[in-house]
Ligand binder design. Structure first.
Ligand SMILES: Nc1nc2c(c(=O)[nH]1)N[C@H]1C(S)=C(S)[C@@H](COP(=O)(O)OP(=O)(O)OC[C@H]3O[C@@H](n4cnc5c(N)ncnc54)[C@H](O)[C@@H]3O)O[C@H]1N2
Ligand code: MOO
Length: 624
């Protein structure tokens, strides 16, 4: 990316002249290109600084509370704060230092000439410099400039950018009705608009262009003169309809294609009529990476500003700063590319830990849940657990009030985040299964774990597992609720599934959960109970990590049945055959008991709104 950017800077000249005149009112956030002097004094007349009486100071000589001076009201004049002090007066006495006695004013304080009078130019003198070249206009500047009689400003002009989304499958977000299969709502322009607006640059979004090289060429030719930078969305890779490179080459010089950055690898740029034209790959995260890594610094270059590479990324992300943390687990970075990881961050036992979120360049969820990005250099391949990495933050996070939950996935617990936030704290979650959660807790890698693990020997839940993982540590336990586990099947149960025995039917396939998930332990227990070997269950090795994921695979016909909780079946409008009710329990170390996030978690469990929501969904029974 750095190389691509350098090449762009060398190939594209900054715009000249990059200056424009604008009204003060329209100048917020813009950079001034000249010093600005006041055109009038502030205040521009002699103004009273207080509510009181304007008079001549000599008239108050010797006045004190014990011996007030009596003045005829005719010799002074009431004046409000900010009011004009007539030339015949030279001071204002505060109303608190006076009292009225008929038509006379009793003044109980001696004042000096000029007291409580703001002379013209007291704040700003006409001709004085009140804003300087290089200042970025703030609301405070705007008020000052207008008060000083300034109307227009010479500011640095902004490059005009056009974004052209392309793709036969792309529909406007305003499309009404259910989206036909194979179509995608045009959301990349929403992302870009937001980024440009945060950065303070204008962005125009064009109509969606179908995958037709002639139409793309036409759109570029038509808009070339009106914009300083043109961005084409998608069509960058090797698809049968990826024409962007061909069109760029036919109109100008292709400067580069493919960058050593992931996501964003298929990015390309051309110089057409001396102007930069870039293609942002279609996947949302790829677009973001190219926008932040190339487009944002290019906008600065077009304005003739210095590169300031070390600050560019932080600014592109919103200037939330960066923080170092240790990797929660080992990560393998692909060879030959700089990798942008979307990460979350937590502080535990005085250590800051960071982990990349799952999901590729197409994952919009990972992109929006992340606290920021960490960049793994091209030459770095294996990143061991505990390796220090720098997270460039894209949001404000209060680490001391945030907890990490690892363990069994449960949609009701996921819904606790909002009540926890209402209490001023935060919780981030990793669904690593019940065993994974207890193991993470034993390693000090989370504040809170949750499990529902049946012991096949005793048929009791959790005890033996907790004893095994806890070792000598002190852990607190709390059962939250019972949840119904059962078979999730297609609506109307077309395959006539009725019991666990059916899972061995050759015409059925299941979707399972990952090893260590309580639901998988339960399935193994149920199969053993019925003497069914896993090898007889089709799909036993197909895994997913959440109940909703399992249910969704049944909904899309990718599996006939999954063991899971009722809530997931309901969410996907599927049928549910109850099998058992299990206790769901949370566990946390004694030392975390006073952590504000744990205190908030426990308080949130009493949240009536949350409980009512869960009751409405069904499949849960409260313990207390
Ligand atoms: N055989 C290969 N396939 C792909 C490669 C490759 O090297 N070889 N690269 C992959 C990478 S990396 C990326 S990134 C994408 C880039 O795709 P394109 O730029 O060609 O874009 P499309 O294929 O048209 O779309 C990809 C994806 O993004 C969605 N999209 C496109 N525009 C928008 C928009 N404005 N708003 C929302 N979503 C959009 C589009 O529907 C597709 O789902 O290629 C990989 N493939
Ligand atoms: O580089 Mo692509 O943009 O990995 O997704």
């Amino acid at each position: 990316m750095t190389v691509a950017l350098r090449y762009l800077r060398e190939s594209i000249a900054p715009l000249v002249p990059m200056r424009e005149r604008t009204a003060v009112e329209a100048s917020l956030g813009r950079a001034l290109l000249e010093d600005v002097t006041a055109l009038r004094n502030i205040p521009h007349y002699r103004a009273s600084a207080v509510d009181g009486y304007a008079l001549r100071a000599t008239m108050t000589a010797g006045a004190s509370p014990a011996r007030p001076v009596r003045l005829s009201l005719e010799t002074c004049q009431w004046v409000n704060t900010g009011g004009l002090v007539e030339p015949s007066f030279d001071a204002v006495v505060m109303v608190e230092d006076t009292s009225l006695d008929g038509s006379e004013l009793l003044v109980s304080k001696a004042i000096t000439v000029g007291a409580n009078v703001r002379p013209p130019g007291d704040d700003v003198m006409r001709g004085q410099i009140i804003a300087r070249e290089g200042d970025v206009v703030t609301p405070q500047h705007q008020a000052l400039l207008r008060a000083a009689g300034v109307e227009g400003l010479l500011i640095r002009a902004l490059p005009r950018t056009l974004y052209l989304p392309t793709g036969d499958e792309i529909l406007p977000v305003s499309y009404e009705g259910p989206l036909p299969a194979g179509t995608v709502p045009e959301t990349n322009s929403i992302l870009l608009r937001g980024l440009f607006s945060r950065w303070g640059f204008p962005l125009t979004v064009g109509d969606i262009i179908p995958d037709d090289p002639a139409r793309l060429r036409q759109a570029l030719e038509k808009n070339m003169d009106a914009y300083d930078l043109l961005l084409v969305g998608a069509g960058s890779a090797k698809g049968k309809k990826d024409y962007t490179a061909e069109v760029f080459s036919s109109l100008g010089d292709l400067l580069f294609r493919w960058v050593r950055t992931r996501p964003g690898r298929p990015a390309m740029a051309a110089r057409i009529k001396g102007k930069p034209v870039l293609c942002l790959p279609g996947f949302p995260m790829s677009s973001v990476v190219v926008a932040m890594g190339i487009v944002f610094p290019l906008l600065a270059h077009l304005q003739g500003l210095p590169a300031e590479e070390e600050k560019a990324l932080s600014r592109a992300l919103g200037s939330f700063g960066s923080e170092e943390g240790e990797l929660l687990f080992a990560h393998s970075s692909p060879p030959g590319v700089e990798e942008w990881l979307r990460c979350q961050m937590i502080q535990i036992r005085g250590k800051t830990i960071v982990w990349p979120l799952p999901g590729g360049a197409s994952s919009m969820r990972a992109m929006s849940e992340a606290d920021g990005v960490a960049i793994i250099a091209e030459e770095k391949l294996e990143c061991p657990k505990g390796m220090k990495i720098l997270l460039h933050k894209s949001k404000e996070i209060s680490l001391e009030r945030r907890i990490l939950f690892q363990g069994s996935n449960d949609p009701a617990v996921e819904r606790l985040i909002s009540p926890i936030r209402r209490l001023g704290c935060d919780m981030v979650m990793r669904s690593v299964g019940s065993v994974g959660g207890l193991a993470a807790l034993s390693r000090g890698e989370c504040h809170l774990a949750a499990c529902h693990l049946i012991d096949p020997e005793t048929q009791s839940y959790n005890d033996s597992y907790i004893v095994r993982f806890r070792g000598n540590a002190q852990w607190r336990r709390r059962q939250l609720f019972f949840r119904q586990q059962g078979l999730i099947v297609a609506k109307g149960n077309p395959k006539g599934i009725s019991s666990v025995e059916d899972l061995a039917r050759p015409d059925l396939s299941i979707v399972n959960r990952q090893p260590g998930a309580g639901t998988r332990v339960l399935l193994d227990y149920l199969l053993t109970e019925k003497n069914i070997a896993p090898s007889f269950v089709k799909g036993y090795d197909r895994q997913c990590i959440t109940h909703l994921d399992a249910a969704s695979r049944v909904a899309y016909g990718l599996a006939d049945v999954a063991l899971g909780i009722k809530m997931a079946a309901e969410a996907m409008d599927l049928d549910f055959l109850p099998i058992t009710e299990e206790p769901y329990e949370i566990v946390y170390p004694e030392e975390c008991h006073d952590h504000p996030g744990i205190v908030a978690f426990l308080e949130a469990l009493e949240d009536q709104q949350w409980r009512a929501e869960i009751d409405k969904i069904g499949g849960y029974r409260w313990i207390c």
